[in-house]
Write a protein that binds this ligand. Structure first.
Ligand code: BEZ
Ligand code: FE
Length: 304
């Protein structure tokens, strides 16, 4: 039986993966072992602390359901999601900046006619969103699918509400750009909201005296053949949480000035029923390949 001191133990575990047929998997596993072992050594981790960590991760897994992904939330609040985003998008070359997907991309994005009010059943200040999708030179991209989703006036996504099963999507839709690369829709002005705090991740945020808030935003996933899928948000200027987003997702370029308007008609010529807000934001796509992310839950089901 081999006996190891702790440095030899690390080397032995790393070597145990030497025959992994997939080179990338071997590299990732060996680097993970080295980083984990370093963490244990640097912190002199106690049995109680390791037991707590295992219990915490167990509870994170148990909190996941068809419409809730607590592991994504954990990755988000630890800044891992934004770090993965950063190392994969180092050179934007003028393309729109990216940010976290978040745990509420659950699919069900039905193609919807331009101009539709995607939050018609919700209370809230009305907003008109207009946008254009282009390449890096400003050439419009037609026929591009754009998924949009955002929280309601109380800070909840449709998928978080019991009514989701019976009523289906709300504040969530897919638009396809016209010949000029444009799409537009009506909705409500989103507000800042807390990430879910009724699970182990929220417990960690509260116990560590962090705040759970995200600044107001609308999510966009732009998927154009021949271009890298663009996962991003447009944040609303003036929000008090822009400087302290709990998931570190804000980038200056993604903050839009959303103008209050009183015009009697909206940009598509249809009447406005009172005061409204105008969000204008264009997306520039980077040439490349890549698959748009699948909704996490659908992926889990497929892989099962
Ligand atoms: C979201 O914006 O939907 C979100 C992103 C990360 C964590 C929680 C929520
Ligand atoms: Fe969000």
């Amino acid at each position: 039986m081999p006996q190891f001191n702790d440095a030899e133990l690390t080397a032995a575990v790393v070597t145990s993966f030497d025959e992994t047929p997939n080179e990338r998997a071997k590299f990732l596993l060996q680097e993970l072992v080295k980083s984990l072992h370093d963490f244990v050594r640097r912190t002199d981790l106690t049995f109680d602390e390791w037991g707590y960590a295992i219990d915490f991760l167990t509870r994170v897994g148990q909190k996941c359901t068809d419409t809730r992904q607590e592991f994504i939330l954990l990755s988000d609040v630890l800044g891992v999601s934004m770090l993965v985003d950063a190392v994969n998008h180092r050179e934007r070359g003028g393309a729109t900046e990216t940010t976290v997907l978040g745990p509420f991309y659950v699919g069900e994005h039905k193609e919807t006619a331009h101009g539709t009010d995607i939050s018609s059943e919700l209370e809230g200040e009305r907003m008109f969103v207009q946008s254009r999708v282009t390449d890096l030179k400003g050439k419009p991209l037609a026929g591009v699918a754009v998924d949009v989703w955002h929280a309601d006036g109380d800070g909840y996504y449709d998928s978080q509400k019991p009514s989701y099963e019976t009523h289906g999507p709300s504040s969530r839709a897919r638009f396809v750009t016209d010949a000029d690369g444009r799409f537009f829709f009506r909705t409500i002005l989103p507000c800042s909201y807390p990430i879910p705090t009724d699970g182990p991740v929220g417990e960690m945020i509260i116990q560590t005296r962090r705040h759970p808030m995200r600044p107001a935003h609308v999510h966009f996933l732009v998927n154009a053949p021949g271009y890298e899928p663009l996962i991003t948000h447009v944040f609303i200027d003036g929000d008090k949480y822009l400087d302290s987003d709990v998931v570190f997702g804000v980038k200056d370029e993604l903050v839009a000035d959303v103008e209050p308007r009183r015009d009697a008609t909206m940009p598509d010529g249809k009447p406005a029923d009172g005061p409204w807000h105008l969000m204008t934001y264009d997306f520039r796509m980077k040439p490349g390949q890549g698959n748009a992310p699948k909704p996490m839950m659908a992926k889990a089901h497929e892989d099962a």
